[in-house]
Design a protein around this ligand. Structure first.
Ligand code: NAG
Ligand code: NAG
Length: 462
């Protein structure tokens, strides 16, 4: 269908955008604004339910000036939501895994879950798969595939726990639960998804050097899903990453609690790869690796109201490994409390890559005893052999850090270690104050970076 002319919604969008565009432009003219503002049109076309947030940054900021608290604790909100999960709509077909032979007695319930999925997925009217409360269902690796005949809800009231027998994963060591090619799909219910990760952590080469370095499964992968909501759930003790969104479009991840020991290796909380239009909100993530990691092919990412730590912080990257190309753009991280992590807000790229990471905002972040609160590391090298110097790199540009306060665990509170070959462009620091957790004077270290400062910035590069 062709849009009618004049397209009224476009006029409306313009009316909304124009004032904030002007205010954006007047306060943000020292670094190129075109990129940040450009995409809002196409973004709102492809997914009207998503805010064109880059155009409203400054308007939102003004609200924050008055209301932004010195510390944020969403944990209680998340817990309240987790405990008060809604019942499914009554018109939907209810598919209870217990009716398909699930026993929740410690034996494997995979077949029952597969049958329940097939029943729900082939239903002509919308269906709700129910995983009952106060029970623990053990699953081997399972792929739940679409496309389905209608909208589905996967209601996890109880606990889904991973088989802890490594040989069960022989066919595919990368995945435990996969939801593939499902549209208009919701996963919620207040229950728990538990990766039984301990056995994998012990066998990780990062923990036991006598072991070969091998992948462990991602607990839950959403692959090629469209219009997806994952809300009100607990994820814990993943084998490796907890939750991956891969090649998905239009995703909301809300009120999630993701917990694993600080020492568990590579247990990223939420991993975003090849995914567009994703909004991650009100999540509490305490794991052994990145709270949120965003890698290549991802675009239009919002992460708001994030409580992070322990772990490795909120990361874009790593990008450009093995001379690969990477494209990440339009990342908006707003309102986060990051505590006791090795990094705060980080962009990391390997030498020798190509492509870009651009149009990135980190704002309203409280750091508590974070080792590298603000860091761009373009010489990232997570391997045994030293990485050799190379003449190409992923281009980092148009990154804005605003209202970032708190404490650093190391002397270097701000670190821009950009590529000599492809320096960082258009980096803006605004309203930054990071002191040391212990006594002393914090430092900023800046290499190969084009910086702009606004308002108070402390510490500054020497
Ligand atoms: C701050 O972090 C450092 C290094 O991670 C740790 O040794 C120290 O105990 C922490 N201090 C506080 C007050 O949490
Ligand atoms: C930075 O924060 C510290 C501690 O909160 C405060 O004493 C100091 O005045 C602040 N500095 C600036 C430049 O705002």
């Amino acid at each position: 269908m062709y849009p009618q002319y004049p397209p009224r919604h476009l006029l409306l969008i313009l009316l909304i955008i124009l004032p904030s565009f002007i205010s954006c432009f007047s306060t943000y003219q020292e670094i190129p604004t075109a990129n940040i503002l450009d995409h809002t049109h196409s973004y709102s076309d492809s997914s009207r339910s998503y805010h064109p947030y880059f155009s409203t940054i400054d308007r939102k900021d003004n609200d924050f000036k008055h209301t932004f608290p010195s510390s944020i604790n969403y944990e209680s909100t998340v817990l309240t939501r987790l405990n008060g999960a809604n019942a499914p709509a009554s018109s939907a077909k209810v598919v209870n895994v217990d009716d398909f032979g699930a026993k929740a007695d410690g034996t494997d319930d995979s077949q029952a879950f597969k049958k329940a999925w097939e029943e729900a997925c082939s239903s002509k009217r919308s269906a709700v798969i129910v995983i009952p409360k106060n029970k623990i269902y053990y699953l081997k690796p399972v792929t739940f595939s679409g496309p389905c005949e209608s909208d589905l809800v996967f209601m996890v009231f109880g606990t889904i726990k991973a088989s802890a027998t490594i040989s069960d994963y022989e066919k595919d060591r990368m995945h435990w639960l996969v939801f593939q090619n499902v549209q208009n799909f919701r996963v919620k219910g207040g229950g728990t998804i538990d990766g039984s990760g301990k056995i994998w952590w012990e066998k990780s080469c990062k923990i036991d050097q006598s072991q070969p370095c091998q992948h462990a499964p991602t607990a839950v992968t959403f692959l090629e899903c469209k219009s997806l909501i994952v809300a009100n759930l607990r994820f814990k003790n993943a084998q490796q990453m907890h939750l991956t969104f891969q090649d998905c479009v239009n995703v909301r991840a809300l009120n999630l609690m993701v917990i694993a020991p600080a020492t568990s290796p590579n247990t990223d909380g939420i991993h975003v790869t090849g995914t567009q239009n994703i909004r991650i909100r009100k999540c509490v993530i305490r794991t052994g690796d990145d709270c949120i990691s965003i890698v290549s092919g991802s675009k239009n990412i919002e992460a708001s109201d994030i409580t992070c730590g322990p772990g490795h912080g909120i990361s874009i990257g790593s990008l450009g490994a093995d001379n690969s190309g990477a494209e990440v753009s339009n990342v908006f991280v707003n309102r986060a409390t990051i505590s006791g992590t090795s990094n705060g807000v980080r962009i990391k790229t390997w030498q020798g890559g190509s492509g870009y990471a651009r149009n990135i905002v980190f704002q309203n972040v409280v750091m508590r005893n974070v080792t590298n609160p603000i860091i761009i590391d373009q010489n990232y090298c997570d391997q045994d052999n030293p990485c050799k110097e190379q003449t190409s790199a992923v281009q980092i540009s148009n990154v804005r850090y605003k209202n970032i306060k708190g404490t650093s665990a190391s002397d270097v509170a701000v670190k821009f270690d950009c590529s000599k070959a492809v320096p960082c462009q258009g980096i803006l620091l605004q309203d930054i104050n990071i002191s040391l957790q212990e006594k002393g004077k914090p430092e900023a270290s800046c290499a190969n970076v084009k910086l702009t400062r606004r308002d108070e910035v402390f510490p500054q590069c020497s």
